[in-house]
Design a protein around this ligand. Structure first.
Ligand SMILES: [Zn+2]
Length: 313
């Protein structure tokens, strides 16, 4: 939802939760961006990365995203950022993550998506990360058009053996209605993939109606959704949504670029007045709303509930 420099711990900190909306490329912290650039002979200063990540609107954010991903050139670059992300997730006691990967950007740069994904998947499955399970959502970029999206859907379908569970679409929401991308979504669905779609970041409620909700403060999404140009954290409808019984999950989206992490998001939710029970409910929903196979989901939920029970007693 927003950035906090210091945060209050919450009951959820130690629970084995999931993160479902998280971009691999948006998790590149300044230190890692510097490391990546150095691989290509570019001497980046920390201040420059911080300045790049300090955009003022959604298009500025997309520019920053494009800039940092320009240093992702080889499978080993993807391995590095996967390792850093997995370390971060483990530190926050995440047991499972569905990570979005911009295959649209890889294809645009004529990279080998399969080679990149092999590097990503091998890293995620390596010994230090045994307590964490990661699955992949291959994302098309809306402004690259419907044909490019079909290519991403095809890649996603062919790479399910490497842990791809869904096809998604991100990018500039105003670059054409979702209906134009139907062939890509149909292809992915017919191949057994789940489907996700970014909406409500720059479009208003009508855009959400045609897909799904988000409420990011950093991209101005909340201002759009509430119709209040100065919308702040206090205007966030989270508590109201919960009261209405909606299924909600908390995620960081692009944690490095939004200056947040998963534990911070739960702290922010607590600052909106949510009780410990409600925080636990949100964390439980992160697992129950996942694309995990039913048996694995049941197993993870059992572990979660046992851990939560001991904390809530
Ligand atoms: Zn996103």
């Amino acid at each position: 939802m927003t950035a906090q420099t210091t945060r209050e711990p919450t009951i959820v900190d130690s629970l084995p939760k999931a993160e479902l909306h998280l971009h691999l490329e948006g998790s590149i912290r300044p230190e890692t961006a510097i490391e990546l650039a150095a691989r290509y002979g570019v001497n980046l200063k920390r201040e420059e990365v911080v300045a790049r990540y300090n955009y003022s609107d959604f298009l500025g954010f997309l520019e920053a995203f494009k800039w940092v991903t320009s240093y992702l050139r080889e499978p080993d670059d993807y391995a590095l950022i996967t390792r850093r992300l997995a370390e971060e997730l483990l530190r926050q006691n995440a047991a499972y993550a569905e990570v979005t990967i911009s295959a649209g950007a890889m294809l645009r740069r004529t990279q080998n998506v399969e080679a990149n994904l092999i590097a990503i998947n091998e890293t995620a499955k390596s010994v230090p990360f045994a307590r964490l399970r990661m699955a992949w959502i291959l994302d098309a970029t809306r402004q690259f058009g419907p044909d490019a999206a079909v290519e991403v859907a095809r890649c996603a379908s062919q790479l399910q053996r490497l842990g791809v569970v869904a096809f998604g679409m991100g990018g500039d929401e105003l670059a054409g209605p979702t209906v134009n991308f139907r062939p890509a979504f149909d292809l992915a669905r017919n191949e057994g993939l789940h489907l996700v779609c970014h909406a409500g970041e720059v479009g208003g409620p009508e855009s959400v109606r045609e897909s799904i909700a988000t409420s990011n403060l950093c991209t101005g999404a909340l201002a759009k959704q509430t119709g209040k140009s100065d919308a702040a954290l206090k205007d966030h409808p989270l508590a109201q949504f919960i009261k209405q019984g909606l299924t909600i999950t908390l995620s960081t989206d692009d944690p490095a670029m939004f200056h947040t992490d998963l534990l911070t998001e739960y702290s922010v939710a607590a600052s909106l007045g949510l009780s410990s029970q409600q925080l636990v409910q949100l964390a439980e929903q992160s697992l129950s709303s996942s694309f995990l196979p039913p048996e694995d989901k049941r197993h993870m939920l059992d572990e979660f509930r046992a851990a939560a029970k001991s904390l809530l007693l």
